[in-house]
Design a protein around this ligand. Structure first.
Ligand code: 6PG
Length: 467
């Protein structure tokens, strides 16, 4: 048999993507040094599909139809370079390599250029949706060589999540665009997860128990907040601890882990620069979550300000719902603005309308809001910030009063709501025709002769201050 598609690395993601492809009628072959993974792949194949696992890379390469289509799902960093080096002597011109892991976009750019010189088509592709997504329909964000995309397109479209019959995969730009878009996806993911955890904390403060939280989130998931992350949170509140201590959530340590993609988003945003303070706040909160000992000590030194309870529980729930909606919109707005800016700076030609389309299904940040953003980009494909869309402005304006109430109440009660506050602070600056940064300019010129511009006369000015 000549196989349609090859996979290097048969961990959970690699295996599930291959099985998904086989279910859609493609013959697939996987390579892993670990024979037990090859066996696991073949054993989990749907009867009647063509699935093979081999322990010899050269054997796999020899069994693939040319031009070969190969994806790798190995840990980001050196393992990706090692795989590329081991493939090079075995490949022919025009073969396609896709890196489907969470690689840093600068590494992807370097690899695209390196392999271009050798006649190999390389693509960096973000894959979202976890294990279930990979098996039954992920969202995929490929970028890099456009001709390579055309070759693998039928396969990727077959396995992708579908929304209204449209596959959640599309060519998202040149160079490292695929991994860039996935990185920003994860930044938004961090921001929304942090906002949801703050909402959980606010509602607990309002007296809700896990059962009530479940009911509230269930209702939210049927309304404007409908999203994958709200949906799974709904279930989390009900999960019982199999060790018998009641609800599992209540015994989970508050130290949050991270693999680094959220941090990359913040770092890159600083570099551009573009402001993504909600994502920054989310990254910082995961870091503070690790200061368990210090927090425990500090909690005895700095007691809660005073117990200030919201007026009525139902009113509080409604206000928190609006605040979460507001914060979520601001998270997407900042992430999408970052993509718009990065696309220009790094000449990636990222098509924003397609990005929001690809995010509609399969990925972690899929939500009904993406339909609203889709409409905004349909009107104006190069919108620098979705907050400038009038329809979105109407939505934001309708939720901001409740957001202010929640933020005030949180501040008075000493409830940490860093991401929510960051979203409101960004919003209030963004909607300011005049910011107080004229004073910063004056100070810079005062102590450092950094000069300033005037509002009435053009040019650069310096003043001998105090004279
Ligand atoms: C996805 C996720 C996925 C993974 C994150 C987790 O889109 O399917 O983003 O890629 O869950 O990398 O990131 P942290 O471990 O940093 O939270």
């Amino acid at each position: 048999t000549q196989y349609d598609f090859g996979m290097i690395g048969l961990g959970v993601m690699g295996r599930n993507l291959l099985l998904n492809m086989a279910d859609h009628g493609f013959s697939v072959i996987g390579f892993d040094k670990d024979q037990s993974k090859n066996e696991a792949l073949e054993q989990s194949a749907t009867p009647g599909t063509t699935v093979k696992g081999v322990q010899d890379l050269e054997q796999m390469i020899g069994l693939l139809q040319t031009p070969r289509k190969i994806m790798m799902l190995v840990p980001a960093g050196k393992p990706v370079d090692d795989v590329i080096e081991s493939l090079l002597p075995l490949l022919d011109t025009d073969d396609v390599i896709i890196d489907g892991g969470n690689s840093h976009h600068t590494d992807t750019l370097r690899r695209v250029e390196y392999l271009q010189d050798k006649g190999i088509q390389f693509m960096g592709m973000g894959v979202s949706g976890g294990e279930q997504g990979a098996r039954f329909g992920p969202s995929m964000m490929p970028g890099g060589n456009a001709a390579a995309y055309d070759l693998v397109r039928p396969m990727l479209e077959a396995i992708a999540a579908k929304v209204d019959g449209t596959a959640c995969v599309d060519y998202l730009g040149k160079k490292g665009a695929g991994h860039y878009v996935k990185m920003v996806h994860n930044g938004i993911e961090y921001a929304i997860m942090q906002l949801i955890s703050e909402s959980y904390s606010l509602l607990k403060h309002g007296g809700l128990d896990n059962d009530q939280l479940h009911e509230v989130f269930k209702e939210w998931n049927e309304g404007k907040l409908q999203s994958f992350l709200i949906e799974i949170t709904t279930e989390i509140f009900l999960q019982n601890d199999d060790k018998g201590s009641g609800r599992l959530l209540d015994v989970i340590s508050d130290k949050a882990g991270s693999k680094g993609t959220g941090k990359w988003t913040s770092q890159d945003a600083m570099e551009l620069p573009v402001a993504v303070p909600v994502i920054d706040a989310a990254v910082a909160m995961r870091t503070i979550s690790s200061y368990k000992e210090e927090r425990t000590t500090a909690s005895t030194m700095y007691p809660d300000p005073y117990k200030s309870s919201p007026a009525s529980t139902q009113e509080w729930i409604n206000q928190v719902q609006d605040a979460l909606y507001f914060g979520t919109i601001l998270s997407y707005a900042q992430g999408l603005a970052m993509l718009a800016q990065a696309s220009i700076e790094m000449q990636m030609d990222i098509p924003l309308p397609k990005v929001v389309d690809v995010w509609r299904g399969g990925c972690i940040i899929r939500s009904s809001l993406l339909e609203v953003f889709g409409k905004a980009f349909a009107k104006s494909p190069t919108l620098s910030n979705i907050l400038l869309d009038q329809e979105l402005a109407d939505i934001v304006n309708s939720t901001v009063v409740n957001t202010r109430k929640v933020v005030s109440q949180a501040a008075l009660s000493g409830i940490s709501t860093s991401a929510l506050m960051a979203s409101l602070a960004y919003f209030d600056a963004y909607r300011s025709e005049k910011m107080p940064t004229n004073l910063v300019q004056a100070q810079r010129d005062f102590f450092g002769a950094h000069t300033y511009q005037r509002t009435d006369i053009s040019g650069s000015f310096h003043t001998e201050w105090g004279k």
